[in-house]
Design a protein around this ligand. Sequence first.
Ligand code: DX5
Ligand code: ZN
Length: 222
Amino acid sequence: MSNAIQVAASILAADFARMGEQVQEAEQGGAGLIHIDVMDGRFVPNLTLGAVMIGAIKRSTKLPLDVHAMIVEPDHLVGDFAKAGASRITVHIEACPNLHRTLQAIKGLGCGAGVALNPHTPASLLSEVIHMVDVMIVMSVNPGFGGQAFLPEVLPKARQLRQMIHDSGRAIDLEIDGGVNTETAPKCVEAGVNVLIAGSSIYNPKFSVKAGIDALKESVSG
Ligand code: DX5
Ligand code: ZN
């Protein structure tokens, strides 16, 4: 199982003045994905970046771009994200009254379609769309900021989603986002997560990005 674990480098914690370099450090350090947090100041209380930055990151790496859209009305923007180079686009179920349509639109753009669940949102809400989902993100913090403490109460939900994925017979990536570090990652993997999204535990001025990724992988290799 642990052989299949990937680290997605969350560039929210990177030095934005050196974004190209920081993305390359993650690629060379063994990350499997670049995780890009789009925030609109409405769905979440923070504002980050959009298609222009996604395009710039696309030119800096060969890794797939895992776009996490923390925005209201994502249907207006998913086309721009796809054109800029997103490989997969994850929307929040709490922001999508017509989730089925939104997922159809993302797939129609040739991208993997993902659904993120906030800490309070139950796994069961995914049951009717699982046949069209490629990515699930379990939020282990309330979205909006990096560097927050991991919420262990979401682990039973990760376990439930892994069971739903198994039952569906589909190859769906189960990602976890927020507070992932060498202490919390083993619990996530034990619950069935196969993609660890990591920001502040790998972009840290005290050690290299590679050292952060290595430590995370090592923590789940047992
Ligand atoms: C939070 C974002 C995360 C964030 C995680 O809303 O979706 O991707 O970068 O940061 P850390 O790993 O520092 O908790
Ligand atoms: Zn994220």
